[in-house]
Design a protein around this ligand. Structure first.
Ligand code: GTP
Ligand code: SPV
Ligand code: MN
Length: 598
């Protein structure tokens, strides 16, 4: 009979024992969720240098951490979906045979925790005990991971209590091993409800509750259980009459989810009485409730946000949120025990500091090629409790979450996509999401700026064949009594000098206000070949310095660009063979026809 002082869950105890037998840690510590234990772990990590305590007067409760230089973003090329059949992973995923995956990773894990402690983190994605939540247990040899998970998820003994003696959980194993990029693997086994991550210490690769569980594994479960696990922020837009509509928005990594989720209304709209409520900034789990409508929950409790460009002008709510109890990763560490990043409120610190590569850094430093050396990595991040966000909703612990009126898709497009357009129907909206594209950012390894198709912002996160995922989206629409309206937005159109035309950030509320009016059915729109669009006069421009010509440019559709777009989408669909749902192909043909008649 297996025994543990922590749980009577037999399968859990056996699994922990088995993983420990492979990794051979000196010690095993169960995370209980208490402040005392958290403090103890912090002290320990400070002693070993894994984290650095920041100036506690200026940044109370804050610490700093630097990852290895080759370990600063998710490594999509080393991320695999390991299903028995290759087709089930789809052309959108790297696939590995589960047997081979377990065998290879076992070699890397074997004995890798000698001289280290294995931490057992019971965590709940979603409110503890809610029937909609999912429980995971992460084993890790990194205190940094433990401290992040404490902020990002609900952890500790109460989760074990909710799990009981036979509850289901995702088996999450993480080991830093040697942080060897040549042996780095992020493996998902949807058929076993398991995740193995080895040789990395970077956020999305190792905080296994986030992308690995809440998107890749959850999307697989959601398809079977008829719900949606999406890479979406959730926010509430309150209009001057006090009515709140909730919006979920899918933008690819580093394309503005955190910023939109915490938006501060521009002065003129604030004066009119607009407010924004933050529900989530990265992940939405959405279910059809007994009222036949779509409801969304944010399964996380923290934000793991991009630091560069965050300042009290672009995102004052984020700045307030990271003023205490925050972990800063790969930013510039200043001599005075504070931190800095490109686009911070403070000018580059003349006294310099330690940059993300561990170099003694001074403003203006250049490399051999004459390029600026950054203080903070472009994908440097902060981990902060969402509860500290001034605009946080009071519905965060509600197990139904919030009712969704609108779904937004969007990416970074210098051209092609106008500021906003609305789908004619749910089916057309699913097509819009399935064909969205964006320029690559620093959140992924690879060629920056290259345009790639990133359906629903889920290309790196869909745990199964995306053709089936599109079908699942279509079917979800059929099951709803009333579907949310679907929109496409683009804050990133540039002029001929490459400058963003739209001011973005807080001013995005002007577009949200139009969307809210569309949802309430009180605004007419212009019918165009790509969807419904606003009359330029219907976007509230009070207090905004943008010429009518510029606004017109933002709403323009270039027929030739769109024809090229349609061809590019053909190529993308081809990668799925004949698996793409007919309803999606019908929308594609319909768009082509409408453009021809334009
Ligand atoms: P992940 O955490 O990687 O999923 O990213 P995210 O989608 O939450 O992106 P985030 O809000 O952190 O924004 C990423 C970058 O986009 C930041 O450098 C912002 O300054 C920039 N950004 C965000 N919103 C806007 C906008 O409306 N206009 C412009 N021009 N830039 C924006
Ligand atoms: C993203 O890249 O979409 C993120 C950061 O939100 S990570 O957790 O690394 O995935
Ligand atoms: Mn993200």
């Amino acid at each position: 009979m297996v025994k543990s002082e922590h749980t009577n869950h037999r399968e859990l105890i056996e699994w922990v024992n088995k993983m420990a037998a492979m990794c051979k840690p000196d010690d095993i510590v169960w995370i209980d969720g208490s402040d005392e234990q958290k403090k103890r772990l912090e002290e320990e990590a400070i002693k070993t240098g894994e984290i650095v305590r920041l100036d506690q007067k200026k940044l109370p409760g804050c610490v700093y951490h630097k990852t290895a230089e080759n370990d600063t973003a998710r490594t999509e090329h080393l991320t695999f979906i390991c299903t028995a059949k290759k087709d089930d992973a789809g052309p959108n995923n790297n696939w590995m045979d589960p047997k081979e995956a377990y065998a290879t990773a076992s070699k890397y894990f074997s004995g890798s925790m000698r001289g280290r402690t294995m931490y057992v983190i019971p965590f709940s994605m979603g409110p503890v005990g809610s029937p909609f939540s999912k429980i995971g247990i992460e084993l890790t040899d990194s205190i940094y991971v433990v401290l992040n998970m404490i902020i990002m998820t609900r952890v500790g003994t109460r989760v074990l209590d909710a799990l009981g003696t036979d509850g289901e959980f995702t088996k999450c194993l993480h080991g830093k091993a040697q942080l060897d990029i040549d042996k780095r693997l992020i493996l998902h086994f949807p058929e076993d409800n398991a995740i193995w991550s080895v040789n990395s210490g970077y956020g999305g690769n190792v905080l296994l509750g986030k992308k690995c569980l809440s998107l890749r594994i959850a999307s697989y479960l959601a398809a079977q259980e008829s719900w949606l696990a999406e890479h979406m922020l959730i926010l509430g837009v309150e209009d001057p009459e006090g009515r709140i509509i909730y919006v979920a928005a899918a933008f690819p990594s580093a394309c503005g989810k955190t910023n939109l989720a915490m938006l501060i209304p521009p002065k003129a709209l604030k004066k009119k009485g607009y407010r924004v409520w933050t529900v989530g900034d990265d992940i939405a789990w959405m279910r059809i409730d007994s009222d036949g409508q779509l409801w969304a929950v944010n399964p996380e409790t923290g934000m793991f946000g991009v630091a560069p460009g965050t300042n009290s002008k672009s995102n004052p709510n984020a700045m307030a949120t990271v003023s205490k109890n925050t972990i800063f990763t790969n930013v510039l560490l200043k001599k005075d025990g504070t931190v800095w990043w490109e686009g911070h409120d403070d000018p580059p610190p003349a006294e310099g500091g330690i940059n993300w590569q561990g170099l003694k850094w001074k403003p203006g430093m250049k490399n051999e090629k004459g390029e600026a050396i950054l203080g903070a990595h472009a994908n440097s991040r902060f981990t902060a409790p969402l509860a500290q966000c001034p605009s946080i909703t009071n519905r965060i612990e509600h197990h139904h979450g919030v009712p969704i009126s609108a779904i937004l898709f969007g990416g970074r497009r210098a051209h092609v996509a106008p500021l906003v357009y609305e789908a004619f129907t749910w089916q057309h909206g699913v097509y819009m999401g399935a064909t969205m594209a964006s320029e690559r950012t620093a959140a992924q390894f690879g060629l920056q700026g290259e345009v790639r198709r990133d359906p629903m912002a889920m290309l790196p996160f869909c745990g199964y064949n995306m053709a089936d995922y599109f079908r699942h989206w279509l079917n979800m629409g059929n099951r709803m009594l009333r579907t949310p309206r679907i929109f496409h937005v683009n804050w990133f159109r540039t002029d001929d000098k490459g400058k963003f035309i739209w001011p973005g950030f807080g001013d995005n509320l002007r577009v949200l206000a139009w969307i809210a009016e569309r949802c309430r059915g009180v605004r007419e729109a212009v019918e165009t070949p790509i969807g419904y669009m606003p009359h330029p006069g219907d976007i509230d421009m009070t207090g905004l310095n943008l010429s009518p010509a510029e606004l017109k440019g933002l709403l323009e559709i270039d027929k030739e660009e769109w024809k090229r777009e349609v061809k590019d989408i053909d190529k993308f669909f081809d990668t799925f063979g004949d698996a793409i749902p007919k309803r999606i192909l019908a929308e594609h043909d319909a768009l082509r026809r409408r453009l021809r008649k334009m």
